[in-house]
Design a protein. Sequence first.
Length: 92
Amino acid sequence: MKNYLLTTVPILLGIGAVALTKTERSNMEKAAIRQGYIFNHSTNQWDRSVMCGTDGTICTVNGLPAGQQVFGTDGPEIDHPETANVELYRLD
């Protein structure tokens, strides 16, 4: 019985550690901070705006539900991307 416990306890601890690591990595990916952009109609280009997240409530310029919605890009953060089509969410 003692040999059985000495074998199973480390295996169970290893499985638990892997599960916790995967959950933590998943939470970090969801909470990623991304640069937000808004479309400037006077210059016809996307301009940098507020920083937003990737999970939660829709991100707006002023943080209010009625404010202008902020979008992100799939590519690198630049001053004026060609398009910003990724929906971003408010940082809490």
